[in-house]
Design a protein around this ligand. Structure first.
Ligand code: KG4
Ligand code: ZN
Length: 365
């Protein structure tokens, strides 16, 4: 398929089912950095998984099946569109839980086949990376810090489809570290907001916890050791009082903030080195952990010091949603990066640092 004219308007349906949120949205792309969300519906499965202290893949896949068709219909109705008004269907094809991905991608393909529309198989990470174009009209290049329950990455976003991974986690994702820390302290799932709230009442200097990876030349992360250190301290002072829990949360969050500042500063230097004069000093933070105020404040200070502007999409677009999938789909569609109907769902699908995509149909980032 040839690229659409960049002046033409595109209406794209976006479907997201990679984890524990079922989401459908319709986005109108008027031009570069000019998008409008016509509808954006998210059905969270939190209650389905809460009893297990984490996401259960089989439960997630079944829950997606139960609500996805109704949610898509609602998204179309709210947007005031009929199928014939659409220019394409975008569905998350990875990375994520395979069962859920299959539900969303197969549904997207079925709609596209039935209505003669192109299918856009979206990399979930790419969608997070491009969201700031939808909400702020910001176009690459910029530096991205993606921090969610499944991912912790620092990426140079050079262009749509062109990403350099500067850093990633060697073990747990940051959101996962928050969730596991919460669990071992007896706090409910998802743990991030709980830890943040408890930390507000705590003494961040009481427990001297490790700051893994600090000072390393590469911008990688590691959180497993930090989590284990919290466990050891908790065992030492058990039985835990509310004060102990608050102090452990505050000390943990302080360590995380110190790590985030150090790792992001390292990534800034790498970003500037690779892009040279083209390195626009802009840091985008996306993913559920971007909601954490303490981390955000730390990054604000860092950005002020390094002369960067900080951009954090609103919470509804930072966490998993269909609008970011639809927008990424529109960005690919306008470039002719349409997929074949044989495109598979992929549990693992990194935005490979060195694999800049060839231009053409079916090519993925
Ligand atoms: O992006 P997201 O909604 O879902 C994916 O993981 O894809 O991120 C959810 C993660 C969970 O691990 C949750 O505990 C964490 O984001 N989170 C937070 C906060 N709010 C959500 N972590 C720290 N502080 C928060 N305020
Ligand atoms: Zn996500």
């Amino acid at each position: 398929m040839s690229p659409k004219s960049d002046t033409g308007e595109l209406r794209v349906l976006g479907i997201e089912t990679s984890c524990d949120e079922t989401a459908a949205a319709v986005v109108l792309r008027r031009g570069p950095g000019n998008g409008e969300i016509l509808s954006n519906l998210v059905r969270t499965q939190l209650d389905d998984h809460a009893a297990f202290g984490g996401v259960v893949p089989e439960i997630a896949a079944r829950a997606h099946v139960e609500v996805l068709d109704v949610l898509i219909k609602q998204a179309m109705d709210e947007a005031g569109l009929i199928w014939g008004d659409l220019d394409g269907v975008a569905a998350t094809a990875g990375p994520g839980l395979l069962g859920g991905l299959l539900v969303g991608l197969m549904t997207g393909k079925a709609i596209a086949v039935a209505h003669g529309l192109p299918i856009l198989a979206i990399n979930h990470l790419e969608a997070h990376a491009l969201t700031v174009g939808l909400c702020e009209g910001l176009e690459p290049p910029y530096l991205l810090l993606l921090v969610s329950g499944g991912h912790t990455q620092l990426l140079t976003v050079r262009d749509v489809g062109a990403y350099d991974r500067l850093g990633t986690t060697l073990d747990d994702a940051l959101g996962e570290a928050f969730d596991k820390t919460a669990k071992l302290l007896g706090l409910p799932y998802p743990g991030g907001p709980e830890v943040e709230q408890c930390a507000r009442k705590g003494d961040e200097t009481r427990f001297d916890l490790p700051r893994p990876m600090m000072g390393r030349a590469e911008a990688h992360f590691s959180f497993a050791g930090l989590k284990t250190a919290v466990r050891r301290r908790a065992e030492e002072v058990a039985p835990l009082t509310d004060k102990d829990i608050a102090d452990l949360c505050a000390s943990f969050q302080r360590a995380v903030c110190d790590v985030m500042i150090d790792r992001t500063a390292t990534a800034m230097a790498l970003y500037e080195k690779t892009l040279g004069r083209n390195a626009e000093r802009r840091l985008i933070v996306a993913g559920g952990v971007a909601a954490n105020q303490a981390i955000r404040t730390s990054l604000e200070h860092l950005c002020a010091e390094k002369n960067y502007t900080l951009h954090v999409p609103p919470a509804t677009l930072c966490t998993d949603n269909g609008a970011m999938i639809a927008w990424a789909g529109a960005e690919r569609l306008v470039r002719g990066l349409v997929d074949d109907f044989t495109v598979p769902a992929l549990a693992r699908w990194p935005l490979d640092p060195n694999a800049a995509p060839a231009i053409g149909a079916g090519v993925k980032a």
